[in-house]
Write a protein that binds this ligand. Structure first.
Ligand code: NDP
Length: 402
């Protein structure tokens, strides 16, 4: 019997809870809490209809550590899965420590007033979790998450040494809107407009946002422009794979998305500092979020596929230099048919369910704060194949030309 509490009733929370309900042998008791109770209840209704499973719901402001601790104690889960926003990470970690339960999330902590994310804040909880005999598993979404497990799997089974790693994130889906983001607009726009950074020869190289573009032909999607970006798994991969000489992250964006973003930036709508409007302080980016489509509403109109994976070059276990590409392709319409959410939520929510399953079944265990690449990739990779995110490995003729 394994009880889990999920916090956050957005697209990712919805997928994770649906997939947990489909695996009742692991998740025998599921509770969902979030800031807006009606969103939890709507998800619970859909879960009931699709799977027959009843889940508990509750209202919580997860910024409030005392209230969150009380809720965890009342529900009594073995694990809290944080699928709210990165702003809540530290408060929920504190509440897990106070209540004595394991913790997991899909995105690293980010302060509200600074578009800057790094692991230092959460890694600083290492001693507290170790001393409490509890596990905190960081970043079990797709990227971060599966992309780190992919790298670890390649290293374990194919490579003596990986020299370069490129993570390629392509969303080839079309939602039919002029401008919308596929996950929380505030978090997404903060990430995309931040300077790009990649790891090269033992140091971080910073370049202006969206200034490096390459075209890549993605299987089942076609050729797309992708842009060099900073992404949080680069930091933990550089720490846990010190052998890697270069680690980069690329994401595809269409021209229309970039044009809208440029205009919004130019007119100041992506600012995160407060401005006075009608005598009241507002944050332009938060106001923008309020007028953009909610990502969770895009599912019914989104068509196309995502293709996300890693390309690694290094010394193979057979003593030969090789380049391998490991990736998953996910169909937006299939994801919507199964859980009522589009593929970006699906490719994050399924790995969140799998990370939770690793902890609840004891396949992954330990006391302290862990990143994904510190764990044995094999049981996780098995579950990806079985639960909707099958992957494949293909050898490329040579390293990337760029
Ligand atoms: P949404 O904005 O759709 O959902 C977030 C949910 O958290 C909402 O239900 C929101 O409540 C709730 N929430 C916000 N603040 C609080 C609070 N203080 N207390 C309780 N609940 C709160 O986001 P997504 O579902 O798209 O994303 C969820 C998480 O997944 C984010 O952290 C995102 O960064 C991460 N992510 C990770 C990816 C990966 O591959 N690793 C990819 C995509 C997303 P309300 O409805 O009231 O606003």
């Amino acid at each position: 019997m394994s009880k889990v509490l999920v916090i956050g009733a957005g697209g990712v929370g919805s997928v994770a809870v649906h997939k947990m309900a489909m695996n009742a042998d692991i998740f025998s008791d599921i509770a969902l809490a979030s800031r807006t109770l009606s969103k939890c209840d709507a998800i619970a209704e859909s879960v009931k209809q699709r799977t027959g499973v009843t889940i508990k719901t509750a209202q919580i402001d997860a910024d409030d550590v005392v209230a969150t601790t009380a809720l965890i104690k009342e529900i009594g889960p073995k694990l809290v899965v944080n699928l709210a926003l990165p702003y809540q990470d530290l408060a929920i970690m504190d509440a897990c420590l106070a209540a004595g339960v394991h913790y997991m999330d899909t995105a690293n902590y980010e302060p509200r007033d600074e578009a800057h994310f790094e692991y230092s804040w959460q890694w600083a909880y290492q001693d507290k979790f170790r001393e409490a005999g509890l596990m905190a598993l960081l970043g079990s979404g797709f990227d971060p998450g599966v992309t780190s497990v992919f790298a670890t799997y390649l290293k374990k089974h194919y490579f003596e040494r990986i020299d370069t790693l490129d993570i390629l994130d392509c969303n080839g889906g079309d939602h039919g809107q002029h401008f919308a983001t596929n996950f929380n607009p505030e978090i997404n726009i903060r990430e995309v407009t931040a300077p790009a950074r990649h790891w090269e020869n033992g140091e971080w190289v910073t370049t202006p946002a969206l200034s490096h573009k390459q075209s890549f032909d993605f299987e089942q999607v076609g050729p797309k422009n992708m842009y060099l970006m900073y992404h949080e798994e680069l930091e933990s991969l550089a720490k846990h794979f010190p052998e890697m000489k270069r680690i980069r992250f690329w994401m595809t964006f269409g021209d229309a998305y970039l044009k809208h973003l440029e205009v919004l930036q130019n007119v100041g709508m992506t600012r995160i500092d407060p401005v006075i409007y009608n005598g009241q302080e507002i944050i332009p980016l938060q106001f923008l979020k309020a007028v953009l489509p909610e990502p969770s509403t895009l599912g019914s109109t989104t068509k196309g596929k995502t293709n996300i994976g890693d390309i690694a070059t290094g010394l193979g276990k057979d003593g030969k230099e090789k380049t391998l590409y490991i990736y998953n392709i996910c169909d937006h319409e299939d994801a919507y048919a199964e859980t009522g959410n589009q593929a970006v939520s699906y490719t994050t929510g399924v790995p969140a369910m799998i990370g939770a399953a690793m902890i609840l079944t004891g396949a992954w265990s330990g006391a302290g704060v862990f990143n994904m690449e510190q764990m044995d990739p094999d049981p996780y990779m098995d579950m990806l194949n079985k639960h909707g995110l099958p992957w494949q490995v293909k050898e490329l003729p040579g390293p990337l030309a760029f």
